[in-house]
Design a protein around this ligand. Structure first.
Ligand code: FAD
Length: 434
């Protein structure tokens, strides 16, 4: 395995690192709410954002996740992973680099399943960073299991009519359009009942009942919309993919995105570790620096080891996506999703703890980081579901023991070993082993 990065690409990473730290991180301090990067109407924030986006474009680093046919670089997942590690340091960085979720995933499915007209109307302005979008799938009564969704759409002449409720539709308050998953084929097998519909935000019948705030955010800045779709009518050609293909379309937007997200979490963990190290060599207790105490050394070592393991897992997964047949990385993507929430939680918790009262306050970014951990374990499907999928993938390849004892049963194996080498060991030696 070659862990080296070619010099030309390393130069890009170095530029990104410095640019994010010096020019982008200030936006996190000036416009700190969860929704700020998505609020296209905030002219002050946009006045700062646009020149930064221009610099990114000029460097050829805009929306690099896209395929070359859409203006991307075709870097592959491994390089994108290294880039996302740097973007993860800042809440604004993905927007500055044209690669913020959920717009990235929405752009991907528009590119894959959209008609030419849909691409012109929705994809291009999304790629240009002029508008933002929402993925409206989860419902108040069901999330992890889409088979429980009830929001439905039916055909009425030349239109689809949508009726139902969605919940946690992030950024709907800023979105130009929503991609809504609705039951269109109720009598089909469970995975062929749903379809995706593109719905312009201004369509009559859409009501945002409430914008729910995440635990790290104040009520008035909530961005996760509880939406009612009341007889919402869209033209027939608003469907993304064919009727009943909703699951297929939803799956297509998740793979690469999960790796990008995992690497952004590595970036956040790097920051937390840097803060731990600075604190450990700055503050004294009992006549010594914090870093001279073994408990503190343990926290630092555990964090560094867990982070390195996780980082390597994500890079390996990216490598599999780049080099192996499509679908081969599925189990590893699930592993990344599970590990991401656990590693982030543990490192953020230690970093908060090492900073004492300061760590628990809003004066450091650590408390907000720590509050992000439970969300990482739920968004994009709960940890539990991904663990089940990892285990099932392994169990599919497992074979039952040939008899009443396991294959590794020592007495059985020893008998086989003796039988294999009896001609060399001789009978007397064999007798002594009984
Ligand atoms: C920050 C954030 C942003 C989000 N953005 C969006 C968005 O833009 N659009 C959108 O549509 N949705 C969004 N979601 C919703 C997200 O997709 C759901 O929260 C997720 O799929 C889980 O669904 P749920 O919340 O209904 O939990 P539930 O499905 O009710 O699960 C609750 C718990 O039940 C257990 N559980 C569930 N299923 C299983 C199982 N199969 N086996 C064992 N245990 C299980 C787990 O402990 C799980 O945590 C977002 C969520 C978060 C946190």
């Amino acid at each position: 395995m070659d862990f080296r990065i070619d010099a030309e690409f390393q130069e890009k990473l170095d530029w990104m690192h410095q640019f994010v730290r010096e020019e982008v991180e200030p936006l996190d301090l000036l416009f700190p709410t969860d929704g700020a990067p998505y609020d296209v109407k905030d002219t002050k924030a946009r006045a700062l954002l646009r020149p930064l986006q221009q610099q990114v474009r000029a460097r050829g680093l805009w929306a690099c996740h896209l395929s070359p046919s859409l203006g991307g670089k075709g870097y592959g997942q491994l390089k994108l992973a290294l880039m996302n590690e740097l973007l993860g340091r800042s809440h604004w960085a993905p927007t500055v680099f044209g690669s913020a979720a959920p717009d990235t995933g929405n752009a991907e499915i528009l590119a894959m399943f959209g008609t030419e007209e849909q691409k012109a109307r929705y994809l291009q302005p999304l790629l240009d960073g002029e508008i933002v979008s929402t993925f409206s799938m989860t419902e108040p009564q069901a999330g992890a299991d889409p088979k429980e969704f009830t929001c439905k759409a039916w055909r009425d002449g030349e239109q689809w009519v949508i009726e139902g409720e969605k919940w946690y539709s992030s950024n709907a308050r800023y979105a130009a359009f929503l991609i809504v998953m609705a039951v269109t084929n109720p009598d089909s097998p469970p995975h062929e009942r749903m379809s995706m519909l593109i719905v312009p935000a201004e369509t009559p019948g859409i009501t945002i009942k409430r914008n729910v705030a995440g635990m790290n955010e104040s009520e008035e800045h909530g961005i996760h919309a509880h939406i009612r779709y009341d007889g919402v009518r869209v033209p027939l050609d608003s469907m993304l993919g064919a009727p009943g293909q909703g699951f297929k379309v939803a799956q297509a937007r998740l793979g690469g995105g999960r790796i990008h997200h995992a690497m952004r979490v590595v970036g956040q963990c790097n920051r937390a570790l840097e803060m731990m190290l600075e604190r450990a060599v700055s503050r004294r207790t009992q006549g010594r620096l914090l870093g001279d105490h073994q408990f503190v050394q343990g926290m630092i070592a555990d964090s560094a080891i867990e982070l390195e393991q996780f980082r390597l897992l994500v890079l390996k997964t990216a490598w599999i996506i780049d080099n192996e047949p499509h679908g081969t990385a599925r189990m590893h993507i699930g592993m990344c999703k599970v590990a991401m929430a656990k590693v982030f939680h543990d490192i953020a918790q230690r970093a908060v703890h090492l900073h004492g009262a300061l760590g628990t306050s809003r004066d450091m970014p650590l408390a907000t980081m720590y509050m992000g951990a439970p969300m990482l374990a739920v968004a994009d499907g709960p940890t539990d579901v991904h663990k089940v999928q990892v285990a099932k993938a392994l169990l599919r390849g497992a074979k039952p023991a040939p008899g009443p004892f396991p294959t590794e049963h020592i007495p059985t194996r020893r008998d086989a070993a003796l039988a294999r080498y009896a001609h060399l060991l001789g009978e007397p030696w064999r007798e002594t082993q009984k």
